[in-house]
Design a protein around this ligand. Structure first.
Ligand SMILES: Cc1ncc(COP(=O)(O)O)c(C=O)c1O
Length: 388
């Protein structure tokens, strides 16, 4: 089945482009255009009553759709913000920074976390241990050993690493073994996993924070990220806005700031919900058309296999199977990462490919090719590489 019919707008605006940067910025399905208009229409129609409608109907609908996707029982534990940085900063302010906060993470976390934690470490009494993700084969064992040795307060780890596409082989088992080794709060950056790799959080619900958003595989565009918050935590994030006071409030000492009892405990303040409308439109489309993440994953895997076979035929000096960061595996993320001979060589090849309408992206000496459901096998045309 071709899924292209759902992406006519973006495909028509980019004729002849081979878009391999979808792991960064996915094309948006046509239903998202209607969603933007629906937001405008709701704003015009409801004016002052808009917030009741959005917070009372739209937000719960999206919480439920995300909960269905991640197999969660309690959708109210999901809170929204414009980006994951805002959400994880709220989480960081739930800890005391001056009493020797210990953080266990990896050397492959996205900048929203890695830059922030590095900067905080300059000011405060924060110890950060970064476990190398390579060699990938024994990463889980080394990570758990580090957890046992450090006894961290916070563990922050990606489901799929942004700089390799490598997925933690079994997220549930990693969380379980880390939780046996230490008493830390565990937070998972799920951005490259959400709606790419089928993810069942049912046995982790109530035990982890999980962050993801709409810009990548969820295809709603920028501006709608979410965090799953475990129930019954006693956190009082310092970075808090008035949305965090919605609904039933937790008991607090008299005069102390109170927090929502659900995920809104970690909320901020007024935001533009257009992106949430777009995300809802995509999730509704998937539901109506019965498109599952498992199906998308399978489609992408076959594209990846075909891409590698095409590369075999081209026999480029370094853009080949041998330079793949990890041999393609079943639970690999939706982009393939090749290590080039140098950052300059990688940048030069990416620019050369762009002149042939082949859009990729790169990080240092790593060139990334992403695949999406709006690609078909016939779209993969790599002849230009013969001249590179
Ligand atoms: C693993 C990961 N997390 C988070 C993000 C997005 O971060 P933010 O929403 O803070 O811009 C990205 C973006 O590329 C990412 O790759």
């Amino acid at each position: 089945m071709s899924f292209k019919q759902f992406y006519r707008g973006f495909l028509a605006a980019n004729p002849n482009v081979q878009h391999y940067a979808c792991h960064s910025h996915h094309y948006w399905p046509d239903v998202t255009r209607d969603a933007v208009l629906r937001y405008w229409d709701d704003s015009a129609r409801l004016v002052d009553d808009k917030w009741e409608h959005i917070l009372g109907l739209e937000v719960p609908a999206v919480q439920q759709l995300i909960a269905n996707e991640l197999k969660l029982k309690n959708p109210a534990q999901l809170v929204f913000a414009s980006n994951t940085h805002e959400l994880l900063f709220r989480l960081l302010t739930a800890f005391s920074w001056n009493n020797g906060l210990k953080v266990l993470t990896t050397d492959s976390e996205f900048h929203s976390f890695s830059r922030q934690i590095a900067r905080l470490g300059e000011e405060s009494n924060i110890e950060v241990v970064r476990v190398a993700t390579e060699p990938f084969a024994n990463f889980p064992e080394r990570f758990v050993e580090a957890a046992a040795a450090l006894q961290p307060d916070l563990v922050f780890v990606s489901h799929v690493f942004f700089n390799s596409g490598v997925a933690v082989p079994d997220l549930t088992s990693l969380v379980n073994t880390v939780a046996e080794a230490c008493k830390a709060t565990i937070a998972v950056d799920g951005y490259h996993g959400f709606m790419a790799i089928p993810t069942d959080l049912s046995s982790l619900e109530g035990r982890i924070f999980y962050l993801a958003g709409s810009y990548k595989y969820a295809q709603g565009g920028e501006g709608c990220c979410f965090m799953l918050v475990p129930e019954h935590n006693n956190f009082r994030p310092i970075y808090t806005g008035w949305f965090a006071e919605f609904g039933a409030l937790s008991a607090a000492k008299s005069g102390a700031v109170q927090y929502s009892k659900d995920g809104y405990q970690f909320a901020g303040a007024t935001m533009d919900f257009t992106a949430l409308y777009r995300l809802r439109a995509v999730l509704d489309l998937y539901q109506q058309e019965q498109i599952s993440t498992a199906q998308v994953h399978q489609h992408v895997q076959s594209l990846q296999q075909h891409f590698l076979q095409s590369l075999d035929e081209i026999a480029h000096p370094w853009l080949n199977r041998q330079s793949l960061l990890q041999n393609f595996q079943a639970d690999h993320g939706h982009f393939l990462t090749f290590r080039g001979p140098s950052a300059e060589a990688v940048a030069a090849l990416s620019q050369f490919l762009a002149t042939h309408q082949i859009k990729t992206d790169y990080r240092g000496d790593r060139l990334r090719f992403g695949f999406a459901i709006y690609h078909d096998i016939d779209d993969i045309k790599l002849a230009a590489l013969k001249e590179a």
